[in-house]
Design a protein around this ligand. Sequence first.
Ligand code: SF4
Length: 373
Amino acid sequence: MLSLYVHIPFCRKRCSYCDFYLVANSARMEDFFVALRRETAARASLLKGRTIGAIHFGGGTPSMAPPALLSDWLEQVASLTSFAPDIEIALEANPEDLQGNAAGELHGVGINRLSLGVQSFNRAKLASLGRVHSPENAMTATHKALGLFDSVSLDLICGVPSEDREAWQGDLDKAIALEVQHVSVYMLSLEPRTLLSRDVAAGRVRVPDEGAQADFYMQALKELKASGYAHYEVSNFAMPGHHSRYNLASWKREPYIGYGPSAHSFIQTEEGELRTANEASLSRWLSAPQSAEGFREILGERERFEEEVFLSLRINSGLSIEFLRKGNTLPIEMMNALGKMEAQGWIRHENGALYLTDEGFLFADHIAAELIP
Ligand code: SF4
């Protein structure tokens, strides 16, 4: 099964914490879809004879795209390949875009999963993140989405300036009370070159420290799990059957093709597993979308090993000790690192595999790094 990703790089304005590749206006939206169709046609051979299990429109703010243009592209893809009968077609939407019948129109073109960039229902939090929408927009958009789509996911952020335990609990309570099928929880990270990181560096704004961030994360785990959500990836929680199929496929190292500026692809070729990325430049991609590749790497044994360790820990599918041993005994440094992490309560050992504990999820990348020679 193959997944497709489309990076729609337009937003109304840049939020204070965001460092994604995007352009803060949508003047070239129509040109974008012309180029998207050209890139899709140029790479049509990758689709031939395949079945598409998931399509994900990410960004940027894909809900700014006119539904008719999304529909034209979906038709083009359908003419080149076949869709699984239960295909997931997901779109990332911002609450301010779901006014009037906008949600209905997205549903009408075949979108069946909506991922809402709510981030918070708290006015002060939204203002400190530089978000365009209000708490009322977030509520209305979620209710509308729940009435239309098979799966609705909310993104929430914790650890924003001045946030405390009560403010975070308020967001968790609202998301749970809405009975959305999926929640993604992100800890605010200060990315270099963002407005927020400059304000923090200059002492104009203070953000909760690492200890407080960790408490927020553990609070989310406890509340969401107690409400029936399965914790299936570091940041992701789903009701049964509502995990993100596109994300899970990419974390399981299944193939996907990405279209648009900065989009990544992962495919199997005769030379081996290939990762590519388009250049992060809208203007260059618009002028030559058929040859926008800026990065290409055939994975060697070491890269495959590293990915397997990082990804299987993140989705907690169990990292086999046999896989780590690679036919040898475990190196003494790795044995020591494992013993230490088990004593700290970060990992547990079960039936020949390693799993992260709730606390271990906080250190998933660090733990993976300890296991890579
Ligand atoms: S809406 Fe999302 S992608 Fe756009 S600037 Fe804000 S955080 Fe970044």
